[in-house]
Write a protein that binds this ligand. Sequence first.
Ligand code: ACO
Length: 375
Amino acid sequence: MTYAAITGWGKAMPPAVLSNADLSTFLDTNDEWITSRTGMKERRVSHVSASEMAIVAAKRALACAGLDAKDVDLVIYGSCSSDEIVPNSASGVQTAIGATSAAAIDLNTACTSFLYSLSTATAMIKTGVIRNAVVIGVELISPFMDWDNRNVAVLFGDGCAAVVVQASEKEEGVLGEQLGCLAHVRHTLRVRGMGCAYTNSGVVSGDTSWDFDGQEIFRHAVQGMTRASADVLKKCGVTPDQVDLVVPHQANLRIIEAVVTRSGIPMDKVMLTVERYGNMSAATVPVALTEAVETGRVKPGALILMPAFGAGLTVCAHLVRWGERVTPLAQSDAELSPVKRSALDMIGDIRARKTDAAARSGAGLANPRLPEALL
Ligand code: ACO
């Protein structure tokens, strides 16, 4: 039987840090509230495009795997923040990294996009469609964040990481996964102003505002991730005590604690990045996974549980068997272009542009042009 081993990993984190204190300079919030309710202290704001982050992370993951870009069969760009819709972003990454023989897919299931992309690549490898893939989880949330809404503005950050998966005869990579969607509560998280449904709605594309029912999402996230984790462990015949490490989606430290505790796994087995990076949506799990390997928390042969949820509300949990190698075969010299402005200054620019755009359009909140049942 063919498996899809994870053989390369690499991240590309924008360096500009936005602290809780920075947020409280323009929002009615404070470090105590954010830390106690979410576990977050700071997040990153990107000065470069989502694609640039993806290209650097992909190059680093390929060097780590020792795989030549020309031999890549597939690039998957897991994200809800593509640079453009047409052409897709994966094609841009494909050409920039020199993976000229590769197919290129964008995949959007919001925060779960990386894990759904990993499932897609794994299934294609197991069925012989491809031999390998670069799987990217990237998010550039700062341009479409509703920066004047404290309910959401404190929660998110930008970031990116990628992995390389390759066909293997050894029992490695994704051993099983549970995928699902709690679509009856899809209205609890909606970004207005992104997508074709807003054409002719009076809203300037990109003039975004967020519908966000935090408590409702919290409840469903805990239930959904806990159930998906139990289902995948059962499917794979694994008990909670056999799990070596949990690398969860990091939307809120309290959500993670609730899921892990209900799953019967101690918190010291959890890789946490939420304090430093906040919720980077699709980038959260691959960044945490990469840092877990880099810091020695992933041992050869480790069993890793990765539960996640995202807008939709998509839910999933993946069980991964790590291979023998926990060190990169080589390092890439790829770097993000240098940052010139502070995170707070960049946010100031975005807020000013959004105010201008809204004033020009004269529009307020618009409903998307969608069937009644989807609103
Ligand atoms: N600073 C200060 N006060 C705030 C802030 C803030 N940033 N945000 C809200 N408050 C206030 C509220 O207005 C409310 O005040 P009130 O009691 O006077 O009305 C009070 O704090 C309590 O708000 P709650 O909503 O009860 O706070 P809660 O403990 O539920 O935490 C939170 C809110 C952090 C949003 C939590 O519900 C949560 O994490 N939900 C899930 C978040 C999430 O899933 N995000 C990702 C979605 S999917 C994806 O990953 C793309």
